[in-house]
Design a protein around this ligand. Structure first.
Ligand code: 3PG
Length: 226
């Protein structure tokens, strides 16, 4: 039997269309999220297979290339069990287009008034970017559950997140921005960090060179962190 939401975009039909992934499932599936920038659709399948073979279950494609939407779809086709989100979302139109293309979750580098009103009830989990205590408080007030702390290292890193935990112990973060494999474990040890993201697992250069073996090895190390 067809689902009631069959054929309709999830953002349009969020009341009757069951979300594929909840925020709880998302953060449980991902301690480390590779942040990907991919220019060629042909790179999608081998990349998805390498990340999956390394044991990762959640990935973020960034909308930083013209092919981003198509690459995201190709990754999902190649590895249907992979939870694939779209990042670098800057407008509600980009959010709608990503969900129409099948994005399982959305990530934004920051929040604007239009994103703050559209994203909390869009129908998929969203990690909105914040860099200060005030931005974090506003995001939670708008209805977001888990926040991307960005750019993590430049905005104060682990000591900043530790300081936020005192007054804001209930706010949970996914830090991203210049995080290395070595730093990731320390971030994950913080009580207000539920996952970390970064490009170190599959850099743009590794993808362009087709270095799937290194990507798989990095994914395996990242998967072992959580
Ligand atoms: C981003 O959205 O750019 C992420 O924070 C990835 O940052 P990184 O390339 O510094 O890991």
């Amino acid at each position: 039997m067809a689902l009631p939401c069959a054929g309709l975009p999830r953002w349009l039909n969020k009341d009757i269309c069951k979300m594929a992934v909840s925020m709880t499932e998302l953060v449980e599936a991902a301690s480390v999220i590779p942040v990907l920038t991919v220019g060629e659709v042909s790179q999608a399948a081998p990349l998805a297979k390498a990340l999956k073979a390394g044991g990762l279950r959640v990935v973020e494609m960034t909308w930083r290339t013209e092919a981003a939407l198509e690459v995201m779809q190709a990754m999902k086709s190649a590895e249907p069990d992979l939870i694939v989100g779209m990042g670098t979302i800057r407008t509600p139109d980009q959010a709608r287009a990503s969900m129409d293309a099948g994005a399982d979750f959305l990530v934004s580098p920051g929040l604007t008034p239009s994103l703050s009103s559209f994203l909390p009830s869009c129908g998929v989990p969203v990690l909105p970017g914040v860099a200060t205590a005030g931005e974090a408080m506003s995001a939670v007030e708008a209805g977001f559950e888990v926040l991307k702390f960005f750019p993590a290292e430049q905005a104060g890193g682990r000591s900043y997140l530790k300081s936020l935990y005192g007054p804001l112990p209930d706010i949970r973060f996914c830090p991203t921005g210049s995080i290395s494999a070595e730093m990731a474990t320390d971030y994950l040890a913080l009580p207000n960090v539920v996952c970390v993201g970064g490009s170190w697992i599959a850099t743009k250069a590794m993808v362009e060179e087709g270095d799937w073996a290194t990507i798989e090895a990095n994914a395996r190390l990242a998967a072992a962190m959580g």
